[in-house]
Design a protein around this ligand. Structure first.
Ligand code: PMP
Ligand code: GLN
Length: 392
């Protein structure tokens, strides 16, 4: 659907409209549908984190945090990077706390891109990257992950690099496809970045939700420690998407650059939540294993159920989502399907076409969130399968 022009909005943001996630959640609420659209979990963060947030408020941590983030959280992020990924980051000069991964990405791209610089992204593309690149006046260049397996074509990536390429945004595990970049793919990407003097911005918000293999940050590959901004957040790992507490780890020159923009986007907020996330990051392995295993089970529940219903579906290696081809349910357009399903079937999903420029190859794909309790997933799938008997 092409949105109407917004008379007061600047030209380069025309057409961005309301995010597909908000739109589909609004439809789900309006029709009391099972919401397998927007990716948020139906569970609370670990009790120790909730208690730590309340404790921090009671202890008077209610004013602005230091611009780069409270020292306890910067230290906890540095410890986390060392513990899980073997990466050493100085919490004072290389770790910055942000308002979610989204602000980390915005601060980085706005700080690092001149007008006209090219930024490579993977397509399907998470909507915020496109909007931020556009706000920065940079030029987005898309490299497709092709269905049905959504693997990265490294030759296409190499071919997308030009003398104007400033940065690559890499999201692994990937939203919406669940693709997890493998170490040898990361090595090739690293070589391309080094050879062409390209900076990498990695969105690793699903880093603890890898079901096959393991998460490897690009910053661990040769030559990348100095040219990567590693971005993540607490939302998915600790089921607190509304806390919007994220971070960026990068070498001092990159950190100084992104801190310069970050301080004028929001300065520093969420002080008590920063304290609570510091506690969360220090959790024992069982907490991290728990969130991963819970979501692995949910992924398998959804995929197995769809396969049992004779629907061809790809088992994603990581992340919050499974993509389903509604052609197998007799429907020929994913977007039409997603606008129709909340009222007609009582279930909401997100069309993958919202993440691409040319819907062609993904026109019939819809994204299902798996980050829900089993009973919600079962009910959502029951309703979805009724699409076989109904048409918009
Ligand atoms: N990146 C990706 C790939 C996402 O799927 C999301 C949504 N959860 C975000 C960033 C947003 O992260 P945050 O809420 O920490 O800003
Ligand atoms: N990342 C979430 C998703 O992909 C949505 C976040 C948002 O609503 N902006 O569903």
């Amino acid at each position: 659907m092409i949105p109407r022009p917004e008379p007061q909005l600047i030209a380069r943001l025309q057409g961005f409209g309301t995010t597909i996630f908000s739109e589909m959640t609004a439809l789900a609420i309006a029709h009391d549908a099972v919401n397998l659209g927007q990716g948020f979990p139906d569970e609370d963060p670990p009790a120790a984190m909730v208690e730590a947030a309340a404790q921090a408020m009671r202890a008077g941590h209610n004013q602005y945090a230091p611009g780069p983030g409270v020292p306890a959280l910067r230290q906890a992020v540095a410890d986390h990077q060392k513990r899980f990924h073997g990466l050493d980051h100085d919490p004072d000069t290389e770790v910055t706390v942000t308002f979610g991964a989204t602000e980390a990405m915005a601060a980085s791209l706005l700080a690092l891109c001149e007008v006209g610089d090219e930024v490579i992204v993977l397509e399907p593309t998470y909507d915020a990257y496109t909007a931020i690149i556009t706000l920065a006046g940079a030029v987005e260049v898309r490299v497709p992950l092709r269905p049905p397996h959504f693997t990265l074509d490294l030759d296409a990536l190499a071919a997308a690099i030009t003398p104007r390429t400033r940065a690559m945004v890499l999201n692994t595990p990937h939203n919406p496809t669940g693709t997890v970049l493998l170490p040898d793919e990361l090595d090739t990407i690293a070589a391309l970045c080094v050879e062409n003097d390209v900076i990498a911005l990695t969105d690793e918000v699903y880093e603890h939700l890898v079901y096959d293999g393991r998460h490897v940050p690009l910053a661990t590959r040769p030559g990348m420690r100095e040219r990567t901004v590693t971005i993540s957040s607490a939302g998915k790992t600790f089921s607190c998407t509304g806390w919007k507490t994220g971070w960026a780890c990068a070498a001092p020159p990159l950190t100084r650059a992104l801190r310069t923009t970050k301080q004028f986007l929001s300065f520093a907020g969420g002080t008590p939540l920063q304290h609570a996330v510091a506690v969360g990051l220090g959790a024992e392995d069982a907490v991290y294993d728990g969130v991963r295993e819970r979501h692995r089970r949910r992924r398998d529940l959804v995929v197995d159920r769809l396969l049992a219903a004779d629907l061809p579906v790809h088992r994603p290696a990581g992340g919050y989502f499974v993509t389903l081809d509604v052609a197998a349910l007799g429907h020929d357009d994913g977007e039409t399907f997603c606008r129709w399903a909340p009222e007609a079937l009582g279930v909401a999903a997100v069309p993958v076409s919202a993440f691409v420029r040319d819907p062609g190859p993904v026109r019939t794909l819809v994204r299902l969130a798996i980050c829900k309790p089993d009973a919600v997933l079962e009910e959502g799938l029951d309703r979805l399968l009724r699409a076989r008997e109904h048409r918009p």
